[in-house]
Write a protein of this length. Structure first.
Length: 360
């Protein structure tokens, strides 16, 4: 296979990790792959030293003053011009955008060379870059059905393929978890940026639960400047803990947990759903177009999680919700039964077949 595909995305792990996973799959199938990303996206490349990459400056004009919007638009224009030279040099057969404003310049520039453009949307609502690019794209892949009404002209190029996750998670066959065990294990995921409020609220709630006589352990993602104080707190309260900033083997932590508390990024919630790990979703309140709330609402509507908005995220509410699930052993089992009903374990093959059909 001598076909070359340029992937483009950046920003948070919700954009970059699905792109890298698909790049790895297609590389193993013989495709030539390379990534165009921004500085934040480049931070995720350490596990993939063989992938060629280009770094572009990126900016978002969303929720900014007029001056800052103009600066962001200038950066996008500059990166689009730079993308033209990248495309001229690399001569790809296809461009694949994974969302985020970092994906826009080279995806848009692909039309100058009449290159086919595929895009992937991980959230339940189109990101702003993907919404613009969907007009130019040949194929639109969705992790789940988009909540907004789309123009009829898009219908023929939309494919709901499911989340692109680590293959270990996609291929994992959930085993029955023992709710009778004495130790109740809670996993806290703050997303790739961490969650400051989690570090402020959750340790005290864990201590309150322990004081009620329950045996509990916690695995908590936190910000770097919170780590030492959280570890010290758990040590003083004699609570079994593992506190981390980033964990490469997140699957093992998920599988050892009874319940998760998480931001509601598309990848994190999908990983928990695939492994049938009940979770409390706490959407990031200032996410663009409120996409984290919509992601969480999707799972809540399917009885796959509990949604607790940050304005209600306090010690009392969180304590009551966790205690309810510790006492009611059927509550967690009912959530697990609803999880994984529509998971697609063939997402890689489904996307690959569309690529093959288009490049033949």
């Amino acid at each position: 296979m001598d076909k070359k595909i340029i992937f483009s995305t950046g920003g948070t792990g919700g954009h970059i990790l699905p792109a890298l996973s698909l790049m790895k799959h297609l590389s193993e199938k013989g495709y030539k792959v390379l990534l165009v990303t921004d500085k934040r996206g480049a931070n995720f490349l350490s596990k993939y030293p063989d992938f060629k990459s280009y770094i572009l400056k990126s900016g978002t004009p969303t929720k900014k003053s007029i001056l800052k919007k103009l600066i962001s638009l200038f950066i996008i224009l500059y990166s689009t011009i730079k993308s033209i030279f990248i495309l001229k040099k690399e001569k790809p057969d296809l461009v694949f955008g994974f969302g985020g404003y970092a994906s826009f310049p080279i995806s848009f520039a692909s039309k100058i060379f009449n290159l086919p453009l595929f895009i992937y949307e991980n959230n339940i609502i189109f990101g702003r870059a993907n919404k613009i690019l969907s007009f130019f794209s040949k194929k639109i892949f969705l992790a789940k059905k988009i909540s907004e009404k789309l123009p009829n002209k898009y219908i023929s190029k939309i494919y709901e393929v499911g989340p692109i996750l680590d293959k270990k998670i996609i291929n994992y066959f959930p085993k029955k978890k023992d709710n009778e065990k004495n130790l109740f294990s809670i996993l806290i995921l703050g997303g790739s940026q961490g969650a400051k409020i989690f570090g402020e609220v959750i340790p005290n709630v864990i201590s309150m639960i322990k004081n009620e006589g329950y045996e509990i352990e916690v695995m908590q993602q936190c910000l770097r400047d919170q780590k030492n104080s959280i570890i010290k707190f758990y040590k003083e309260k004699n609570i079994k803990n593992y506190v981390f900033e980033f964990e490469e083997d997140i699957l093992q932590l998920i599988l050892s947990s009874t319940l998760a508390i998480t931001r509601s990024g598309a990848s994190s919630t999908a990983e928990l759903n695939y492994t049938q790990t009940p979770f409390i979703a706490v959407p990031l309140p200032n996410s663009i177009d409120n996409h984290q709330f919509l992601n969480a609402k999707y799972y809540e509507n399917n009885n796959c999680c509990w949604l607790l908005e940050q304005k209600n995220f306090n010690r009392k509410n969180l304590f009551n919700l966790i205690i309810k699930n510790i006492k009611d052993k059927n509550s967690l089992n009912n959530i697990r039964k609803n999880m994984g009903k529509n998971n697609n374990k063939n997402v890689y093959e489904d996307i690959e077949s569309k690529i093959e059909n288009y490049l033949i």
